[in-house]
Design a protein around this ligand. Structure first.
Ligand code: NA7
Length: 541
């Protein structure tokens, strides 16, 4: 195709073939009977689960919950092999979904969208790709993922390393052979905590460069118990209902309102029980005030620090791995780990604190911190993503009057309900900023958004509207509300990617709606029921 210019017309263009793009395509094509095109830069479906093939990559939400709920047949047909599915299995699942609903034929793989410009006269989006194709479409849906744009810090000497350089979020399909290799890894976030124990077992030596210690807690993965699977499948409706009743789209049975209300003995019992449950239990399934009250938070933080100290043999290493008291627990995304802390008891693993001795320069043979040189054969960046906006800004999106999205969002994302932005008519976001997004079980959040978008398009077609765009004052109201909710918690205190604080120069705005999935769903359903109140609809001329 490359080199040839083609122009075609579609009702909708979707970018990305992860959970979001796949379900959006299914709804637009099979339910609304529209012509939808999907562009995907990878050579297969999967999105996040296509790219994140690093060792140990696994979902931290139980498999039965982290899956589509829209098709009872699909729920019954698919069987997960582990309590928390690993990346290859989630990718297989999405490939299965694509085959089952015959989605691949409408996806152009290996194709990146270069630009999307709104044409006001035509009330249509003009979308161009890097393979010379132009599509004119009424609706434009960038389903590009929240954590998909790599954040690779440009240290002095960037690019000079002569060995293999890897980024966890773009892991080679053929895998990496660590046998006999010396490996350096930068970062100790949720990704690194999954990868480090696995790499340490395979490599000759692993050096971990840590800037900020993290409050990891055990995932406690296990093989799927067939009896549990049968039980869930017989009661899937109830399970999904429980998910929707919960804050983050995953129910936790032990949740109690306040750590302050319990005696020290009761608290310890509760923390130990949540610790044993694993996953996100201690973070969001233990006490309702953990992320709201400094004292409640300190109780949990002390508990995790004590656990870290009990797991790491060398007290000096344990001290480095313990987040300081100034760093509240769980205000950064809670990493879930499997033998992460024990990994530092191994002879072939070394922890280097780059908070006190920062990286000076990347060298052809490794890197140099202010404390000295480190040599290795493979350098891994586990340094996270330019979350929420990074992938969107790479696309040259321009709304009415040719205004770049980057310009409209220069002080932080501006949306109504995280679904649309003023001046960008007929463009919809999925799990975007100012929605529950990453703090809600993604497949369910994605279903909620895709269904809202599909209903909105159905409504517009039924009533003869050609465009829908959010009102500025309603955006202001929603942004204020999102900020108020965040400010009532401890989360904005952290230098996290929730705030854009991991990217130099990025505006620090808390980007997740913290009112919970259930309340959020009520808000957007009411908006739809009130003829899309807060949005302006343009009748066809
Ligand atoms: P994260 O959580 O953003 O972690 C990135 C890690 O890389 C973290 O330890 C950072 O340290 C470190 N980092 C980033 N930039 C630098 C520089 N310039 N120097 C040194 N260290 C650096 O990304 P993950 O991929 O682990 O997780 C992202 C999400 O993906 C995860 O939460 C899941 O939802 C899926 P810092 O803490 O900034 O000091």
């Amino acid at each position: 195709l490359s080199g040839t210019q083609t122009t075609s017309v579609a009702d909708a263009v979707v970018v990305g073939a992860g959970f979001a793009g796949l379900y959006m395509l299914h709804l637009l094509r099979d339910k609304l009977k529209l012509k939808a095109r999907v562009f995907e830069s990878a050579d297969g479906v999967g999105g996040t689960w296509y790219w994140n093939r690093y060792p140990g990559a696994r979902c931290d939400i139980p498999s039965h919950h982290y899956s589509f709920s829209f098709s009872e047949e699909l729920q019954q047909e698919w069987t997960w092999s582990e309590k928390y599915a690993a990346q290859p299995e989630i990718l297989e699942y999405l490939e299965f979904v694509a085959r089952k609903f015959d989605l691949n034929k409408d996806i152009s793989f290996g194709t990146r969208v270069s630009s999307a410009h709104f044409n006001e006269a035509e009330q249509r989006w003009i979308i161009t790709t890097d393979r010379g194709e132009t599509v004119v479409a009424r609706y434009f849906i960038p389903a590009v993922g929240t954590l998909s744009d790599a954040n690779i810090p440009k240290f002095k000497g960037h690019g000079s390393f002569q060995g293999q350089v890897l980024f966890t979020g773009k892991w080679p399909k053929e895998g990496v052979n660590f046998a006999g290799k010396r490996v350096g890894i930068i970062g100790t976030g949720a990704t690194a905590m999954q990868a480090i124990p696995v790499i340490a077992e395979q490599a000759a030596h692993l050096t971990v460069f840590q800037r900020t210690p993290n409050y990891g807690t055990p995932l406690r993965n296990e093989p799927m118990d067939p009896a549990v699977d049968r039980e869930v499948k017989a009661n899937y409706r109830t399970l999904r209902q429980q998910a929707w009743e919960s804050f983050a789209g995953v129910p936790f049975e032990r949740l109690k309102p306040s750590a302050l209300a319990d005696s020290p003995e009761e608290r310890r019992k509760q923390y130990e029980a949540c610790w044993e449950d694993g996953g996100f239990s201690l973070w969001i399934g233990c006490y309702g005030d953990t992320l709201f009250d400094h004292t409640a938070n300190r109780y949990a933080a002390d508990f995790v620090r004590e656990k870290i100290r009990s797991r790491v043999k060398d007290p000096a290493v344990a001290a480095l791995l313990c987040p300081p008291e100034s760093q509240a627990y769980g205000t950064k995304r809670q990493p879930c780990e499997t033998h992460y802390f024990e990994t530092f008891n191994r002879d072939n693993v070394r922890l280097v604190d780059i908070r006190t001795q920062p990286i000076d320069e990347i060298l052809p043979t490794g890197l140099r911190t202010t404390g000295g040189e480190h040599a290795f054969d493979i350098l891994i960046y586990a340094t996270g993503f330019d979350a929420f906006t990074g992938a969107m800004f790479k696309m040259d999106i321009r709304g009415a009057g040719g205004r770049p999205l980057q310009d409209y969002w220069s002080a932080g994302p501006r949306t109504l309900y995280g679904l649309g932005a003023h001046g960008f008519p007929n463009m919809f976001f999925i799990t975007g900023p100012q929605s529950p997004s990453v703090l809600f079980n993604m497949p369910l959040g994605i279903e909620m958004h895709c269904e809202w978008i599909a209903d909105c398009i159905t409504y517009m077609n039924a009533h003869g509207y050609t465009a829908i765009s959010a009102n500025t004052e309603d955006e202001d109201r929603w942004i204020r509300h999102t900020k108020e909710l965040a400010d009532a918690t401890l989360l904005p205190e952290a230098t996290s990617w929730y705030l854009g604080a991991n990217i130099p120069g990025k505006p620090r705005v808390f980007m997740v709606y913290l009112g919970g999935g259930k309340h959020y769903k009520e808000v957007i359903s009411r908006c739809a029921a009130e003829d899309y109140a807060g949005f302006t609809l343009t009748p066809s001329s």
